[in-house]
Design a protein around this ligand. Structure first.
Ligand SMILES: C[S@@+](CC[C@H](N)C(=O)[O-])C[C@H]1O[C@@H](n2cnc3c(N)ncnc32)[C@H](O)[C@@H]1O
Length: 199
């Protein structure tokens, strides 16, 4: 089995330029979703195929994953999907205006098990504070993991944020299909997931 260490998001420090959404999405409808850490992009392709009216900005710190997905995205989807090689934290904060995001997806973020590495976790109070400025009122955050300790940590951060939990069973049934989630099911791991809305 190939073991890989996680890429440290703190190695990325370069600030980003503000995006002109109408320039990157020529037919932009104003409905913007964001996926943080899309990996091989299985979820993004499936979700966007089912939502022809939505636009997606994806962040991923592994450059080869970005290049691979860029190649794989079907042509008809290319004008609605924009991929960025960099951290979701810096990208969302710098590239997007306040109250611009409809949905944020964070599926199976790196767990960073050691306590001294918890600051590298994506879902944490500082990230949620920034995110709640960038999400529209009524916007949502979809989160999943198979690591109980990480789920407890993320829940504590979410419970202390202005986001509140809602149900969206149709989403999990119809669209939640990520490579890591499929591996997790095959490996009989636990599944923790939730949807959190900004009122
Ligand atoms: C365990 S994988 C999960 C991939 C995919 N979401 C899935 O469910 O199959 C976590 C992914 O997040 C990426 N990643 C980790 N930290 C990140 C960050 N701060 N910003 C963007 N991507 C990140 C990693 O490179 C990796 O591809």
């Amino acid at each position: 089995m190939r073991i890989r260490t996680h890429a440290n998001p703190f190695h990325y420090y370069q600030r980003e330029e503000r995006l002109d959404l109408t320039a990157i999405f020529p037919t932009f409808s104003g409905t913007l979703d964001v996926e943080c850490g899309f990996g091989t992009g299985g979820f993004m392709q499936h979700y966007m195929a089912g939502h022809p009216d939505r636009f997606m900005l994806g962040f991923e710190i592994r450059q080869p994953a970005v290049a691979l997905l860029q190649e794989r995205i079907p042509d008809e989807m290319k004008s609605r999907v924009y991929l960025h090689n960099g951290t979701a934290e810096i990208g969302i904060e710098d590239m997007l205006p306040d109250q611009s995001i409809d949905r944020v997806f964070v599926f199976h973020p790196d767990p960073w098990f050691k306590k001294s590495h918890h600051k590298r976790r994506l879902i944490k109070p500082a990230f949620l504070k920034m995110l709640t400025q960038k999400i529209k009122p009524g916007g949502r955050l979809y989160v999943s993991t198979d690591v109980e300790d990480l789920w407890v940590y993320m829940r504590q951060s979410l419970d202390a944020s202005p986001l509140h939990e809602i149900e969206d069973p149709d989403f999990w049934r119809d669209y939640y299909l990520t490579p890591w989630q499929q591996f997790s099911v095959r490996d009989s791991r636990n599944s923790y997931r939730g949807v959190f809305e900004l009122s």
